[in-house]
Design a protein. Sequence first.
Length: 123
Amino acid sequence: MTQQDDLFDDVLHVESRFYNQGYNDGLRDGGQSGLAEGRAFGLQKGFEKFLESGRLAGKSVNNARLEKNISSLYALVDPKTVSIENSDTAVQDFDDRLKKAQGKERIIDRIVGGANKAAGGSL
């Protein structure tokens, strides 16, 4: 009976034999092509991220006038430079700085509002 068992072994175990052969072939081919596919996938994802980064950078506003006005506004209200004395000159200086700061705020609002309207949005 051992000879008959040997005859039918191929027929009875054909599925597991094909499974093992397919698994080994896939493992070998996957090892070879996996690196190339992984590199291509990585390049694709990197490109997509860089493209999105560029799109966002294109929307950013580079306005020297805006930067200057923001710096001026901060200099006017900087707590390190504002006097908290209660003398007439200190109070007058504070009021002058506050009025100038409010003017800078309006200018900045117009610049940002104008840039935002040009981009199709609203504040």
